[in-house]
Write a protein that binds this ligand. Sequence first.
Ligand SMILES: [Zn+2]
Length: 121
Amino acid sequence: MTLQQIQFLHRSYPLIFSQRIGVGCPNGWFDLINRVCVELEQFAKAQQACGASVGSLPQLRDIKEKYGVLCIYFSGDDPRIDSLIAEAEEESGRLCAICGKEATTRRGFNRLCEAHGAARL
Ligand SMILES: [Zn+2]
């Protein structure tokens, strides 16, 4: 993930990124991660609206790639959020690591789309 992509996430989702964690993932997962973060930030905002103090709001502990699959560690405890994260982690395994399109092949742990799979990288 590029510095610009990470800075965008930090800026867009200040509650869940209050720890300003890094995001060690392929660039191609940005859209997927961005989509999940919208939901997580809303979840944190709802807790804030219910009177939770800033220090007790749910937040991201880590976002990383592990054996070619996305791993999101979130402190929020909610079944809907848990399944949202599980779905995103599963979906990451079907996306091109470089561009995020549907992956058709793999190289090492990375999944790649047709174009990037054919290119010599
Ligand atoms: Zn691709």
